[in-house]
Design a protein. Structure first.
Length: 98
């Protein structure tokens, strides 16, 4: 059994951090770490879940902020147009800011 990663509690501010099941809620944890974590949190995440699992989850994520989308693209070595959240963003363009 792998050692549990140590993430900063600020990443999971809205859930009970102590009772979070990292294996059962893997998709939630991976998306949240990439969305709110720093470089060390991302390293811990990749070490725990493995690159293949991280890649699968990130490619299928419904939402990632634009800057984190480009980071995820670089980390898993996939173009942004392969990400589900990028495709969804193209289908629902934002209003032009004035």
């Amino acid at each position: 059994m792998k050692a549990k990663p140590v993430f900063h509690p600020r990443i999971f501010w809205d859930v009970n951090f102590e009772k979070l099941d990292y294996d059962e809620k893997a998709s939630f944890v991976i998306e949240r770490v990439f969305e709110r974590g720093d470089v060390e949190d991302i390293r811990q995440c990749r070490r725990y879940y493995g690159d293949e699992k991280v890649k699968t989850v990130l490619l299928n994520a419904k939402y990632l902020p634009l800057d984190k989308l480009y980071l995820a693209s670089a980390v898993i070595d996939e173009p942004v147009n392969k990400f589900r959240c990028y495709i969804l963003r193209q289908l629902n363009p934002e209003l032009y800011p004035y």
